[in-house]
Design a protein. Sequence first.
Length: 505
Amino acid sequence: MERQRTRQVMLALTLAGGLLLTGCSGSDSDGASSADGSKGGSYNPGFPAPNQPQGETDSDESRGDYTTPSPDYLSTFALDVDTASYGYARRTLAEGRRPDPSTIRPEEFVNSFRQDYDRPDGNGFTVTVDGARTDRDDWSLVRVGLATRGAPADPDERPPAALTFVIDISGSMAEPGRLDLAQQSLDTMTERLHDDDSVALVTFSDQAETVLPMTRLGGHRGRIHEAIDGLEPTYSTNLAAGVETGYRTAVKGLREGATNRVVLISDALANDGDTSPDSILDRIDTARREHGITLFGVGVGSDYGDALMERLADKGDGHTVYVSGADDAEKVFCEQLPQNIDLTARDAKAQVAFDPENVASFRLIGYDDRRVADDDFRDDRVDGGEVGPGHTVTALYAVRTRPGADGHLATATVRWQDPKTRAPHEESGQLDTLDDSLWDASPRFQVDAVAAYFADALRDSGSRLPGRPSLSELADRADHLADTTEDKAVRQLAATIREARHLAE
């Protein structure tokens, strides 16, 4: 009875606060969630949080401050499968340089590694929620894992693709490992695409040119190889002209029943023509809304416009990867790109509701540019993320539990639209107990923790993620996990952490 009375008092207080804050609900310029979880006074009384109608804040002053109690119990974000931040950090550290903290996005470090989630049979997601205690006071890490169905075993099962490659041939692309690597990769990919797929080729330097209009591969592979092999680096980088011409070419070659996508290959160092990000973004947004054309950004080069490429991909309902060498290129162009031709979910968003009886505060680790107002979770007009088969999306939270916490901690829901019918769907999962300490949790959970802690150390925000070990200990744990998982990527993580440690000495 006493527990029920406490819950009723808390509910009354949060409702009263919500009435006072109604006039300023919504999302601020930093991506903070609204202070009112209701939606125009008609909030759905079911999941996610009928008793906690508030949203997470994330101001410039509080971002990364894990000691400040969260004033709310909802967290909402658009799904994101980008991995470019981790790839670029690896390249930078291998060259003996410390990455700019502004390029470090923890979620992209975590999402760079294989996960152990169950997968659904059809479109949509499975939802896995688990957690483990850190060695700091009452802090834990909670993991929300979302997985789509596996990529088809038979590549012929996917729909045809209409791919417009927009390739940067500016002078900076002459550096080894840029244009030459892109050409090798595209030549290999051309042989692996289906006869019914189509390819267009647009190049840009100071100006943009459609080198090859939309062309079916069947019977025309020689023509496509010739266009690819004839590319040579020239002048400056007019990225806006490349994007505009690329999307115009994609619209002209639009194929009904196919996956229409622009693939931008660039170092994203715009220095000619219209260099305003907003103007370039407007060009992408129109094609996305009117024609459903999505963007796949492939970053290259030791100097790389990371922030601009990320914004382009977000606006284009796509994602970014970074290619630092031949192995990366093989994986991106010959494995990931064919996998990403199909879509299993559009405008996907996640919302996590924490139980105030057992959770004192929480902080979403990363996703700073993907925050969504809590009351926009079920507003399908609000943009989310596009996800294809074979993908997983992981979000980690630093959670401080209340003393003696027992029972339900969090419920997570993902909402998405069917890629063909646009019908909305939801799936949920919840976490009721924290049985393990962090370094006794599943190996994949530990890998996620090491990746997040490593990103936190590189960010050097002045407020450590609770329970963060030293770089030396993180490297040792990554080596042990590489032995356990037999995963080459985890071994590379250990080596990258050691490179960062040497630079810090």
